[in-house]
Design a protein around this ligand. Structure first.
Ligand code: ATP
Length: 357
């Protein structure tokens, strides 16, 4: 397996600048996900890497091999790139059996029949389609079709796997099962994978690294934990899940702690930078806010009224009105509070993120 290296990639369609100066590396054997709203340039980036689109500029390398270079005027055609791809639509051939669909990339390479048989059986085992080899591809469930598409993408042992929203046609339960399957397969195969989705749960679950795209640009890249806990701006923070966002004024910095003034009152926030602007926006995820019946902490704790409680089985979501601010929080403990009760919320200083201004 090899590293996938993309530098300063740009691609336009007429007036539309679909991908703007995008750079990232997918480390050997790892999964990187491009995540972002519809139209942000995820699929175009993937198609440029697959060789299905010709970029205007940039460099794409698979290991040491140059797949595209505007500087060197080099463009390796799609069929010469060692890439397996799964599309949203699966794109499996309806007139062929499961076996023939999976064998297709090997047939094109004119491999020997005995080789084809052994390679196809191996991947059929891997994706758990045993017994369905001769079934027409049209007589398969959505999940089975997805497995066929995946098997066909990996059968020729490509350098990379490019997956474009491969689960978006599955229902919620099947999606969850396939998420686990995909992670298991990728771990076993250790194939360098670029995954495209607008589903944040899939991205957080499957990826070693996430790249957030917005309007054709890669706006932040990092591990799922880094991006979730330290989003670079409010769009990314909200795109990755619920968050409490608040305006704050900087009062002072004391070592690794900043003192802020918010509408709820004074707030201490852990910070690694000594330079902050006077007007700030902060955010804190609901699952890191605590709720208590009585005051249990000295700092960063505020009285309020419980305005709503929603029960989700493994946790409850509370909305607590603290003066003019509504704080949303998740608690898995039975805190014995009802709507309209008085309560205290606690915002741990090391869980609050100061968004760059
Ligand atoms: P989605 O999640 O909806 O698939 P995406 O993030 O994958 O979106 P792209 O499909 O890469 O986005 O599209 C990026 C931009 O380029 C969009 O504005 C889109 O309309 C435009 N675009 C994509 N393909 C073409 C094309 N063949 N011709 C013209 N414009 C295109």
């Amino acid at each position: 397996m090899v590293e996938l290296f993309v530098k300063s990639l740009s691609k336009s369609y007429g007036e539309v600048s679909a991908v703007k100066d995008v750079s990232f590396t997918v480390e050997d054997g790892s999964v990187m996900t491009l995540l972002g709203p519809s139209g942000c340039g995820k699929t175009t980036t993937l198609r440029c890497i697959a060789g299905l689109e010709k970029p205007e500029s940039g460099l794409i390398k698979g290991g040491e091999k140059i797949l595209f270079s505007s500087e060197e005027q080099k463009l390796v055609p799609a069929e010469k790139r060692s890439v397996g791809m799964v599309f949203q639509s699966y794109a499996i051939w309806p007139h062929m059996s499961v076996f023939k669909n999976i064998a297709y990339p090997l047939k094109i390479r004119k491999e020997k029949d005995s080789e084809i048989k052994s390679k196809v059986s191996k991947v059929i085992d891997m994706v758990q389609l045993e017994g369905l080899e001769n079934r027409p591809a049209t007589a398969l469930s959505g999940g089975q079709q997805q497995r066929v598409a995946f098997a066909r993408a990996i059968v020729a042992e490509p350098d990379f796997l490019l997956l474009d929203e491969p689960m978006s046609n599955l229902d919620a339960r099947l999606r969850e099962t396939m998420r686990h399957e995909l992670r298991r397969l990728q771990k076993n195969l250790k194939i360098t994978t670029l995954y495209v989705t607008h589903d944040r749960v899939e991205a957080l679950f499957l990826s070693h690294k996430i790249g957030i795209m917005d309007k054709g640009e890669l706006v932040q890249a990092g591990t799922p934990r880094e991006i979730y806990s330290n989003p670079k701006n409010s769009n990314i923070a909200t795109f990755l899940g619920q968050t409490n966002m608040m305006d704050a004024d900087l009062v002072g910095i004391d070592g690794a702690e900043a003192k802020l003034e918010t509408k709820m009152g004074g707030l201490f926030v852990k910070t690694s930078t000594g330079e902050l602007s006077k007007k700030l926006t902060i955010c804190i995820r609901p699952e890191t806010v605590l709720i208590t019946k009585e005051k249990a902490y000295d700092r960063n704790t505020f009285p309020g009224t419980v305005v709503s409680i929603a029960y989700f089985g493994d946790y409850s979501e509370y909305e607590v009105r603290c003066q003019d601010t509504t704080v949303k929080l998740h608690s898995s403990e039975d805190v014995k509070l009802q709507e309209h009760d008085q309560a205290w919320v606690y915002l741990p200083s090391n869980k609050i993120t100061i968004l760059p201004s």
